[in-house]
Design a protein around this ligand. Sequence first.
Ligand code: FE2
Ligand code: FE2
Length: 401
Amino acid sequence: MTFPVDELRRGYDVDENAVRFSNYFHVLRELVHLSCGWLPLAADFELKYRLGDHLHDDARAISRVRRRLYELRHPSEYPGAPGEELAALLDRMDGAGEPSEYIAIAYGEVKPALLRAIRIHLEGLDPVSDEPSLRLLSKLASNQERHMEELSVAGRRSPGQGIDRTPEDPGALEIRLKAEPRPLRVMARIDAPARDEFVEVTEQGDPFLAAELYVNDPELNHVPVEPEEQRHFFHGLMDAELTAAELMARNSHEYPEMPWDFHVDMARQIWDEMRHARVHHALMPTELGCRWGDYPVTFSYFKSIYAHDLLGRLALFNSTSEQKAMWRHSRRREALTERGQEKVAMVFDYLLADEVPHVHNGVRWGTHLLGGDEAAYRRKVRELREGLDETGAPRQAPSAA
Ligand SMILES: [Fe+2]
Ligand SMILES: [Fe+2]
């Protein structure tokens, strides 16, 4: 065996390297935070889906960047606070007034600038002494390329009228190590999420969806088996997945002071729920003979959960709604397998598996909010459940999952 011997590049010194990673950290953190804020307000299903997928990638990347900073410079002050020039760019992204403006800045300016910096970094680093950075950055670059390809806004710049005002190499910008951490701006509360313009939103939702579909009583629960009821059922289920993603997105956005792992857990659940929605979106035309938008939906369930603070949302959604849906999913899977609807039944197998960590998110972070007292959290869940009807929905709101 001949071990390859290459001449070393000089590369970056460790401080320069840490400054570059700190800049990426600030950019990615703001992207995750704002994408979570805007996701519920993005009406177009594909746009909503892409935001959920990409913010999950970016949240995972932040964990790796933080880890690299720890390896390089612990216990120093990195990532500090962004310097003036980066702060100005982030402020501009923060100031977007609607989803399309946010997308134009995030995907038309900020992500391209980030990718530019990563490429410069990859070219300059020494691939042996700094191989951990090489691996991390290669992955980060390919994710950013994919994000920009999937949500292509090239040439569609924000009101800067085509002038690129982003720094040439954001990785080299100054970092203020002694400054206070940059506060994340929380957007105004929303009234309701947004749906594709062709989806009808009504107070009642789809009148076809009967309560028996959502009760957990083995005597009373009804698994949808007829084609017509399956069409309505999966349509309602897709909408429920969107609602779940939107609630988790606002949880992350509205509570920036929560520990970083909370945001990673929310990001993962957002992506899972969006993927579930995508499964139903595909299943409807290919297996069931209907399409997204064929029936009305309602925002009353979203509103009933969103009205609570984070603790209440976790108790009612993750620890109640999702926890109870698990039983129904496994029952649905069994019944559909027996009927020979293998593909449709398989969907529930994955929904069920993904639901386990979602339920755990409730216990984990609800307990955290109560100072680590899990018993107190369980009491809170029991207390809030008393206000629910037999379908598990708060008061009169339909649960639809
Ligand atoms: Fe789901
Ligand atoms: Fe879920």
